[in-house]
Design a protein around this ligand. Structure first.
Ligand code: HEM
Length: 218
C-alpha cells in the first residue's frame, strides 16, 4: 500500500493477516463454536478486565495529550461493564478468583508503557481493541447469548453493548477520520503500524494460553 493511503486504511491492511489469525485462533473458534463451556467465556472475560483496566487507567492524562487526546471518548469505557458481567458470570467475589495469564501480564504491561511514554503507540492498542469491539464484538455477543443463555444485551454481555454510542457505523467513520488526521511523520506512522501488529499478536498470545487451559473435548 502506498504511503499516501489514509492512515485508517494503512493500519487496517497492515493488521489484516493478524486479524484473521486472531479470529480463527483455536480458542476463539472452539469457544464460539460451542465446543467449550461457559467457564471458558468467564476466563476470557476475566482476562479482558485486566486489559481494559490497563487501557483505561490513564485516560485522564491521555485526554490532555495532543495526539491521543481525541481518541479518549468516555462512551467507549468498558471497565464498569466488564465488572458487571464478571459479577454475573462468576459471582460477587469475582475479583478474588481472577488472575492474569502470563500473556495478559505482558500485554497489559505494554499497554501501560505506551499509555505512559508513547501516546501514539497507545493509539495502536486503543484501535485494536475498541474498533474490534464495535465490529466483530457484536458477533461474539450474539453467540455468547445463544450458547450460554445470557440475557439479550444484559449482564454477562454488557461489555459488547455500547449504550452511549448511538450509531456505531458513524462512530467508526469518525474514528477512522481521527486516524487519518493524526499529526505524525512517516517514521512515526510506521512505528504505530508495527505497534498495531504487536497489539494483535499480544491478543493472540492470550488466546493461545487460554487454549492450553481449555482443550476442546474430542
Ligand atoms: C471473534 C472473532 C472475530 C470476528 C468474528 C471479527 C469480525 C470482524 C469484522 C466482521 C470486522 C469488520 C467490520 C467492518 O468492516 O466495519 C472486524 C473489524 C475489526 N476487528 Fe475483528 N473480529 C474478531 C476478532 C477480533 C479480535 C480478537 C480483534 C483484536 C484483538 C479484532 C479487531 C478488529 C479491529 C481493530 C477491526 C476494525 C478494522 C478496521 O476497520 O480498521 N477482531 N472484525
Amino acid at each position: 500500500m502506498s504511503e499516501a493511503a489514509p492512515f485508517s486504511k494503512q493500519i487496517r491492511s497492515a493488521t489484516e493477516e493478524q486479524h484473521n489469525d486472531a479470529r480463527s485462533s483455536r480458542f476463539i473458534t472452539d469457544m464460539l463454536g460451542g465446543a467449550l463451556g461457559i467457564d471458558s467465556y468467564q476466563r476470557y472475560t476475566g482476562q479482558l478486565w485486566f486489559v481494559y483496566r490497563a487501557l483505561e487507567a490513564r485516560w485522564d492524562s491521555l485526554a490532555a495529550d495532543p495526539v491521543a487526546g481525541p481518541f479518549i471518548r468516555t462512551e467507549l469505557a468498558r471497565t464498569a461493564e466488564l465488572e458487571r458481567d464478571l459479577a454475573h458470570l462468576i459471582g460477587p467475589h469475582w475479583r478474588d478468583e481472577l488472575a492474569p495469564l502470563p500473556a495478559t501480564v505482558a500485554y497489559t504491561d505494554r499497554i501501560d508503557e505506551c499509555a505512559r511514554d508513547w501516546p501514539a503507540g497507545y493509539i495502536a492498542h486503543h484501535y485494536t481493541r475498541y474498533m474490534g469491539d464495535l465490529s466483530g464484538g457484536q458477533i461474539v455477543r450474539d453467540t455468547a447469548e445463544r450458547l450460554w443463555n445470557l440475557p439479550h444485551r444484559g449482564d454477562g454481555v454488557r461489555f459488547y453493548v455500547f449504550d452511549a454510542v448511538a450509531n456505531p457505523a458513524a462512530f467508526k467513520r469518525e474514528y477512522r477520520a481521527l486516524l487519518d488526521r493524526l499529526p505524525l511523520d512517516d517514521l512515526e506512522r510506521r512505528r504505530v503500524l508495527d505497534e498495531g501488529q504487536r497489539a494483535y499478536s499480544m491478543n493472540t498470545a492470550v488466546f493461545m494460553e487460554l487454549a492450553q487451559e481449555f482443550p476442546a473435548a474430542q
